[in-house]
Design a protein around this ligand. Structure first.
Ligand SMILES: [Fe+2]
Ligand SMILES: [Fe+2]
Length: 273
């Protein structure tokens, strides 16, 4: 499974935080919440990695990769985003807000939610990495600030790399499980629709409530936030890339995939925006 690439491929020292053009972003509230929220979710990856490693106990290659590479890279995403947020908004009490996020979210993150089979869980991880790879592609394109673009490009490359690993593990399990294409499709679809943004909602709520003491971050506020995000999504979200990554585990015949891709891309664009 080794691909010969250097690990980790980048570190916080590669990001020139002291060159951040703060004036380009400091007054953009939505950027603050988006980046603070992402920094919480990424930092909590040690918990997800443990849950996954527990589920895949017995698969030494998977456990080793999850705990020695994947977890470190995800946590590094969190640390880098935290450093960026604190460079631009130094008054934000990141540690307290993060602790609130951990207290609220960790109990919802249980091993029993993984599965139903090892192959289908790997396919579900491909959905998650598709989501993050697309998210950071959007951030990279939408960012009004150059260092954030650079940081997003590094994170995006890692997420695409993660996808490739999960996909390879999926194929290995699939060789023995032989889950039907229909069942893989159903499971992928379920993951896409189940992603009800619980972690994003809690993460942004914790950042918001700490920054605005006494004010509650309601579901309505979150809806309004997502509506504003829809403008960025329409303009910057890599729909075709996301759809290609999403349907890859179904292994459609190439001609059918070529025919379906524009239709699905169009459908995804309409569904999301
Ligand atoms: Fe990440
Ligand atoms: Fe990832």
């Amino acid at each position: 499974m080794a691909d010969g690439s250097r690990h980790p491929r980048w570190s916080l020292q590669d990001i020139p935080f002291d060159c951040v053009r703060k004036s380009a972003i400091v007054h953009e509230e939505d950027w603050f919440y988006l980046l603070a929220g992402a920094s919480f979710v990424e930092t909590l990856s040690d918990l997800y990695a443990n849950n996954l490693a527990g589920y895949y106990a017995g698969n030494e290659a998977a456990c080793q990769w999850l705990q020695n590479q994947w977890e470190h890279e995800e946590v590094q995403h969190g640390r880098a985003l935290r450093a960026y947020v604190l460079t631009v908004w130094p008054d934000f009490d990141w540690d307290t807000a993060y602790q609130r996020f951990v207290d609220a979210y960790a109990p919802l993150c249980q091993t029993e939610q993984l599965g139903p089979t090892p192959a289908l869980e790997m396919a579900a991880r491909c959905v998650v990495e598709t989501g993050t790879a697309s998210f950071y592609t959007m951030i990279q394109h939408a960012s009004p600030e150059p260092i954030l673009r650079q940081l997003a490009a590094h994170i995006r490359a890692d997420e695409v790399h993660h996808y490739k690993y999960f996909f390879r593990f999926f194929r290995e399990y699939q060789a023995s499980e032989a889950v039907s294409r229909w069942r893989v499709l159903r499971s992928l679809w379920q993951r896409v629709t189940e992603a009800d943004m619980e972690d994003s909602f809690l993460a942004i709520r914790c950042a918001y409530e700490l920054r605005n003491p006494g004010q509650e971050f309601t579901a309505a506020e979150f809806r309004a936030f997502r509506k504003r995000m829809a403008v960025w999504i329409r303009r910057h979200y890599p729909f075709e890339m996301a759809v290609k990554m999403l349907i890859k585990p179904i292994a459609l015949p190439p001609t059918l995939q070529r025919m379906l891709l524009p239709i699905l891309t169009h459908g995804a664009r309409r569904a999301i925006t």
